[in-house]
Design a protein around this ligand. Structure first.
Ligand code: MLT
Ligand code: MN
Ligand code: ZN
Length: 301
């Protein structure tokens, strides 16, 4: 089988690390050149089966910088891009704003559920992606499709909510539908999952993930009320559609029993203490779970 490469373009959640208007402990550390914590860009994963053609899973507001930092994604001709396709897992700003970077008449395929596609349709700024060049393809839950030659992907609903900017009064916080999806990458007899946003881990989802070879999972907050405690916000993780890492009903405990080969937290909020060495980071690592960083690469042969 060919080698499949997974490249974390951006490990941070919306806002990135540091966030432009935040001076919390982590953001201050990421601005301090004497501190080993490096700045991290917003949530995206690139995947290739041949090293020449790449699919992006989510298009972050930092995409221009991410391409610049990633020689594999540089053009190889006067006008060219190795990016063949973009797949969106939801319509949050940190996952769609990078589409605006991909204007300039470059062909690629854009795969979304119908619900996420209609958010793009309703926002006329996305018309910068000229349909003469960018094919919008609607994907169905629980069906497979190929964002790249040689790569088969299945999408499925995970608990989540509509994008923040689409919220009306009292949004459903852990709805299972087309607004928030997980990605299954079928690599020969290996199964890899990319789930950067997930509000809960019901048994159906746990059963799906059981025995996976590799999982990239929502590591937004360590504790549900972390932003409130840090004084940086009034929302819990769950109110934002993200289950916490810690606690009896957190992801670390739930994933620990699923016999997953390698688990990596992604979409990590700038308030999350796992960015720095400390008890929270140690708890994650002691459970055998990794913390993503920009440029992290994992290959499956
Ligand atoms: C989230 O993951 O909760 C969103 O990225 C929040 C946002 O849109 O700022
Ligand atoms: Mn996000
Ligand atoms: Zn901060």
């Amino acid at each position: 089988m060919t080698e499949v490469r997974f490249l974390v373009l951006g490990s941070a959640a919306g806002g990135g690390l540091p966030q432009w208007n935040c001076n919390c402990r982590n953001c201050a550390a990421a601005r301090d050149p004497s501190c080993s914590l490096l700045p991290q860009t917003q949530s995206s994963l690139a995947v290739s089966v041949d090293g020449d053609n790449w699919a992006l899973f989510n298009a972050s507001p930092d995409l221009r910088q991410q391409i610049q930092q990633t020689p594999d994604l540089h053009p190889r001709a006067l006008r060219h891009s190795p990016i063949r396709s973009v797949v969106l897992t939801n319509a949050d700003v940190d996952h769609i704003a990078g589409l605006l970077t991909l204007r300039e008449k470059q062909p690629f395929d854009l795969f979304t559920t119908k619900a996420v596609g209609s958010v793009l349709e309703e926002n006329p700024v996305f018309r910068v992606l000229d349909p003469a060049h960018v094919a919008r393809r609607t994907i169905q839950l629980d069906a497979t499709f190929s964002p790249l030659d040689g790569l088969e992907v299945r999408i499925f609903a995970v608990p989540g909510k509509v994008a923040l900017f689409m919220e009306q009064e009292d949004p459903e916080l852990a709805a299972e539908g087309e607004q928030t999806i997980g990605i299954e990458l079928i690599c020969g007899d290996r199964r890899v999952y990319y789930i950067p946003g997930c509000a809960a881990l019901p048994d159906t989802l746990a059963d799906r993930l059981r025995g996976a070879d590799l999982l990239f999972f929502d590591g937004t907050v360590f504790t549900d009320d972390e932003m409130i405690q840090a004084g940086t916000g009034i929302k819990t993780g769950r109110r934002m559609g993200h289950m916490p890492i810690s606690g009896g009903d957190g992801s670390l405990a739930a994933l620990g029993s699923l016999d997953i080969g390698r688990t990596v937290y992604v979409h990590i909020n700038n308030t999350n203490p796992i960015w720095l060495a400390g008890p929270e980071r140690r708890a994650v690592e002691a459970a055998g779970v990794e913390v993503a960083y920009d440029g992290m690469e994992i290959s499956l042969a």
